[in-house]
Design a protein around this ligand. Structure first.
Ligand SMILES: Cc1cc2nc3c(=O)[nH]c(=O)nc-3n(C[C@H](O)[C@H](O)[C@H](O)COP(=O)(O)OP(=O)(O)OC[C@H]3O[C@@H](n4cnc5c(N)ncnc54)[C@H](O)[C@@H]3O)c2cc1C
Length: 396
């Protein structure tokens, strides 16, 4: 006999797990559907886990700000441990963006974010490991840091299960069930789950889930979603020999196009720039001798000289779902009653997952429209490609 649920969530990354948890906490009957072993390749599993508020897009900044308290007070608010570690965060810009940075700090302050501007001289006193040549201004967030993304998703899925959610995994993953334009549930292996709402939160696999059912947003009548997979990567090196590294905060350096952060004691994680294409099939490791590792080291070394020779510990990559306008797809699909999307987080969906999960669960249980999701509605693509969001800085 087919199972029934109020809501089916397809995808066990941090977004699907957060939605499932918040739905279960609100008393909904939820089924969270996964693909056997595929989490190991997900964006969540390989996320750098940065939790910071500074963003080019003020809507993303708002979602990040609405999520921070959850990371900070995880044991009390969710239960368990997401591995959040407060390090502070600094965004570094050159002269051409100093005014823009000051405006962003003002906007973030108006959102209630704890942030302020520093001169490079002031910042250098706190961060002796860094060479700040060419940095004109710094925006600092004392409460930001990083968490453990795999653990965060696992805790959310575990809490959802403890609150009554069914968590079902199948070798081929889940597919949508459709009756005319209506989406009526999903199938995972031998399990068919009928539900009033199906949330597709399958990351870079989301377009395929919709395309397999012939579902789409409707603009051109085609199936699938306006998403493309794009790989992101990082490396971790031993920082024990780097002077001052023990005081390092989390940094995005817009002048060089890199980020780095501590990764527990004696380790530093830094960005590896990769071709903006999908990762090679099945590959999540980056070989130690790959040219990209040297490029990533050289970018980080502009600020952190010793990183060029620091022994490499690990390097990884994964695909993330990108949209053409730089904004996620979150909301119902007009053409397919019963279908709701939560995908396309454009390289930044970890830090916003708590607020997204909470708001999506609220929309699905109460029918209310949550204002913080208003900019992300999928149907903006139904009338053709929307304009890309403004890029305020060189690299963000
Ligand atoms: C290297 C890297 C670094 C990053 N760093 C940061 C950062 O510092 N801060 C930040 O905020 N964000 C960061 N991000 C982005 C962030 O990790 C993602 O936005 C976020 O994890 C997306 O979560 P998701 O749940 O939407 O997708 P995913 O994590 O991709 O999860 C989707 C899940 O759906 C499953 N799935 C797919 N198809 C099916 C199917 N048919 N049936 C069932 N299940 C299916 C997959 O197996 C997967 O487990 C980074 C991403 C990468 C790759």
């Amino acid at each position: 006999m087919p199972r029934t649920a109020d809501v089916v969530v397809i995808g066990d990354g941090v977004v699907g797990a957060s939605i499932a948890y918040h739905l279960a906490a609100a008393g909904s009957r939820v089924a969270l559907l996964a693909r056997d072993g595929a989490f190991a390749h997900s964006a969540t599993r390989h996320s750098a886990g940065q939790v910071r508020m500074h963003h080019s897009d003020p809507h993303d900044a708002r979602l990040a700000a609405l999520s921070l308290e959850t990371f900070e007070q995880w044991p009390q608010l969710i239960g368990g441990d997401c591995g959040f570690r407060r390090t502070g965060f600094a965004f570094l810009v050159g002269d051409e963006h100093a005014d823009r940075l000051a405006r962003s700090v003002k906007e973030l302050t108006e959102l209630g974010v704890s942030t302020y501007g520093l001169t490079p001289g002031e910042f250098a006193e706190a961060q002796p490991a860094l060479d700040l040549t060419g940095v004109a201004a710094v925006a600092y967030e004392p409460r930001s840091g990083y968490a453990d993304p795999a653990r965060t998703a696992a805790v959310l899925a575990g809490r959802a299960r403890a609150l009554g959610a069914d968590v079902v995994s199948a070798r081929a993953g889940a597919r949508l069930c459709r009756s005319g334009d209506l989406i009526t549930g999903a199938v995972a292996g031998d399990e068919t789950v009928s539900a009033g709402q199906v949330v597709v939160a399958a990351g870079a696999g989301s377009s395929g889930v919709c395309a397999d059912a012939g579902a789409g947003l409707g603009g051109d009548g085609g199936a699938g979603l306006p998403l493309h997979a794009r790989q992101f990567g990082w490396a971790v090196a031993d920082s024990a020999a780097l002077p001052g590294a023990e005081r390092l905060c989390m940094i995005i350096d817009d002048t060089a196009g890199t980020y780095f952060r501590p990764d527990g004691p004696g380790r530093v994680l830094f960005r590896i720039p990769l071709e903006p294409t999908a990762a090679p099939e099945g590959s999540t490791r980056i070989p130690a001798d790959a040219e990209e590792i040297g490029v990533g080291r050289a970018l980080a070394a502009r600020r952190l000289h010793g990183i060029t020779a620091a022994p490499l510990i690990d390097a990884a990559r994964a695909d993330e779902a990108y949209t053409d306008d730089g904004r996620a797809l979150v909301g119902p699909v007009g053409r397919h009653p019963g279908l709701y999307l939560a995908t396309g987080f454009n390289g930044g969906g970890f830090k916003t997952a708590p607020a997204v999960g909470r708001a999506v669960a609220d929309e699905l249980t109460t029918g209310a429209q949550r204002p913080e999701l208003g900019a992300y509605r999928p149907d903006r693509f139904a009338a053709g490609p929307p304009s890309p969001t403004i890029q305020r800085y060189r690299h963000m």
